[in-house]
Design a protein around this ligand. Structure first.
Ligand code: ATP
Ligand code: MG
Length: 373
């Protein structure tokens, strides 16, 4: 890999690049192709940015900021009107063709063997033959997502949903309209588009959309500028905030405290902006409280009964090698997990995985043995 050339293309001095190697910038040769990966953001280069041999760069996917109060945030962020898309709940991937192979990068810039298999299965290769520099940004979502398992989508395994299009070596995105047109042209699944709304009606319409999504267990929306001149913002349903809490409280000591706090604060702003009636407010309080205490109690009870606390997820692979590679990928990412032997089933092989949540395990065990906090 030519470090000097890579540095130049990234707008960094070669000396700086040299210094960062092994710390902020990691070299990886597994799985192939070989790459350099930015672990953290530096000098405006997003975390997750990857440089391949031949100095091809795939920039990290930009952070999307969150609206806490819809109406004022929309008016502040967008000059005329908005496009509203569904926010799918899975993990972010950037799919590109490198050395003639389609690969899927996670947010952090790792090649995920499982996401790569799904991308190869679901994205027609012609799209990269016609546009070799394309970077397809999308969400991998579904019940067989080992990072974010969600049963709420009408699928059996894990699907790719396109939401943005970029190019190698470039950080700009094509914008919502062109992304959906490209998806249509090549028959790629894309995130649902709810429509275009004027600034005065947007907050009211989005409230209805988000309430309906929430009732169906879905996450929320991403609000975008129709002209692609402003950064998008995100907004989520109460049910989704609570689902996150329910999941996180089960493994309460393995999550950062900000994860919990930020979700409770969101509920406060939403309750005020949507001026919940008394009954709705009580329902919200109950939902929020139960999403925290319910799973916590179950975790403590499980430990009292002598059961280990594990997080069970599963993947569905077409090729057994993908399962073996995914196990190695988890190991390299520092995820501790136990993989069951693959089970053959229609459509491929099912692999059940138990992720070990050591901190919650140890903490709960010590507390039930009488340790003080
Ligand atoms: P961020 O750093 O962007 O805030 P996060 O890890 O906190 O990311 P989320 O809260 O899930 O993630 O929100 C942003 C993510 O939402 C995007 O990175 C993308 O993976 C996902 N997403 C789902 N649907 C869409 C969509 N329609 N448009 C853009 N992003 C979407
Ligand atoms: Mg997400």
């Amino acid at each position: 890999m030519n470090l000097r050339a890579a540095a130049e293309r990234l707008g960094l001095s070669p000396e700086r690049m040299e210094r960062m190697l092994g710390r902020v910038v990691r070299d990886s040769d597994w799985p192939t192709p070989r790459l350099l990966r930015f672990d953290k953001a530096v000098s405006g280069i997003e975390a997750g940015t990857v440089v391949f041999e031949e100095d091809e760069i795939v920039y990290g996917y930009p952070k999307i900021r969150r609206a806490m109060m819809l109406s004022p945030a929309i008016k502040r962020c967008f000059p005329d009107g908005v496009l509203v898309e569904e926010k799918m709940n899975g993990h972010n991937v950037r799919v590109a063709s490198v050395d003639g192979r389609i690969i899927a990068l996670t947010r952090g810039g790792f090649i995920c063997p499982y996401s790569t298999e799904v991308a190869n299965d679901q994205i027609p290769p012609e799209i990269f033959k016609d546009n070799p520099d394309l970077v397809l940004c999308g969400e991998m979502a579904g019940p067989k997502n080992p990072y974010v398992p969600k049963e709420v989508y009408p699928i059996e395994s894990m699907d790719f949903y396109l939401f943005d299009v970029s190019r190698k070596g470039r950080r700009d995105m094509d914008g919502s309209s062109r992304t959906h047109a490209l998806a249509e042209e090549y028959g790629i699944r894309s995130v649902p588009l709810f429509g275009k709304f004027g600034l005065d009606e947007a907050a009211g319409e989005i409230k209805e959309i988000v309430m309906d999504l929430g009732a169906r267990g879905r996450e929320g929306v991403v609000i975008k500028d129709p002209e692609n001149q402003k950064s998008p913002i995100k907004y989520t349903s109460s049910e989704s905030n609570c689902k996150d809490l329910e999941f996180a409280f089960r493994y309460y000591n393995d999550y950062g405290q900000d994860f919990f706090f930020s979700r409770v604060v969101r509920e406060g702003f939403q309750a005020a902006e949507w001026s919940d009636g008394e009954d709705e407010f009580i329902e919200r309080c109950f939902r929020l409280g139960k999403s925290m205490l319910g799973p916590m109690r179950e975790t403590v009870e499980a430990k009292i009964a002598g059961e280990p606390i594990v997080q069970e997820v599963e993947i569905m692979v077409k090729d057994l090698q993908t399962a073996a590679d995914f196990e190695e990928h988890f190991r390299r990412m520092g995820v501790r997990a136990l993989f069951d032997p693959p089970l053959s089933c229609p459509g491929g092989h099912l692999v059940k995985i138990k992720r070990l949540v050591m901190s919650t395990n140890d903490k709960t065990e010590s507390v039930i043995e009488g340790q003080l906090w």
